[in-house]
Design a binder for this molecule. Structure first.
Ligand code: SF4
Length: 274
């Protein structure tokens, strides 16, 4: 809906506890060691556009400039099964926290999740932890996307001694993404458990400093103009200014700032005198 009589392109949006009317800006920057972190792309969207829906456009923009990275570190809002697959097809490893399995079986830590089932994608048969095979495997339209519904038989499930760990209804039902997305998401979830993931992902922290500097020093959250196109121009000019500041600091030999620690944290980390 129109949220302002002055700018028909601004819209209402909510992200957790933050509510605003306007636009959203996505910044991409380099984080290679040994050089200044430079902003390589600025994407401005209407505020309600979810982060992951901006990713394709961001990658297309980076590709057009010859700046598509091998690895793109992104926060959880950009990481979805379809985006992991789409990025890989463009030669980009999308690295970020993968969507969690929020079904009760996964949350309880004791239930059978989809990983506990043996999936035969060619024959379209799933085998459950009790050794029973699925009764049907058919296409389904789930949350606006094509998926597969795999159903087990009530004859097997009702008397099954493992049922309390498996399903609270008469029989177990699995909803599967397309195979490529399913396998990519599972691989991303496993990758996240490895130490190398957190080590590599730590490099993303710099972008939070960039956003903070943009907001506090250059008023990135205040649109000086009316309309998406002009607001995007403001965002691009702000990013260009930040790059110039960073290049100046780099040429002057100023090292990258480290993450600030509060006085209390410094006190906690200080060695205890003998
Ligand atoms: S409840 Fe059904 S699907 Fe689950 S383990 Fe038992 S037989 Fe298999």
């Amino acid at each position: 809906m129109v949220a302002s009589p002055y700018d028909p392109e601004v819209h209402y949006a909510r992200k957790q506890s933050t509510i605003w009317i306007g636009y959203k800006v996505h910044l991409t920057e380099t984080c290679d060691e040994g050089g200044p972190h430079l902003i390589t792309h600025v994407e401005t969207t209407p505020a309600p556009v979810v982060d992951r829906d901006a990713l394709n456009t961001i990658h297309d923009g980076l590709k057009a400039k010859g700046l598509l990275p091998d690895t793109h570190l992104a926060d959880a809002g950009y990481v979805a099964a379809d985006q992991l697959v789409a990025s890989r097809k463009k030669g980009v490893t999308l690295l970020g926290p993968a969507p969690k399995d929020y079904q009760w079986q996964a949350r309880s830590g004791e239930g059978f999740t989809v990983q506990d089932f043996l999936l035969d994608w060619e024959r379209e048969v799933a085998t459950c932890p009790a050794g029973h095979q699925s009764k049907s495997w058919g296409p389904d339209y789930h949350q606006g996307r094509t998926a597969s519904k795999v159903r087990f038989s009530t004859t097997d499930c009702r008397p099954c001694p493992l049922k309390p760990q498996c399903t609270r209804s008469g029989r177990r039902l699995l909803t599967l993404r397309p195979r490529e997305e399913h396998e990519t998401l599972e691989a991303a979830r496993q990758r996240e458990e490895q130490l190398a993931f957190s080590k590599e992902y730590r490099q993303r922290a710099g972008i939070e400093g960039t956003i903070s500097a943009g907001v506090r020093a250059l008023h990135l959250r205040r649109s000086r103009y009316i309309g998406l196109a002009k607001t995007h121009l403001q965002h691009v000019l702000t990013a260009a200014a930040m790059n110039l500041i960073r290049l100046g600091a780099s040429f002057a030999g100023t090292p990258l700032a480290r993450t600030r620690q509060s006085a209390f944290t410094r006190l906690m980390m200080a060695p205890i005198p003998a």
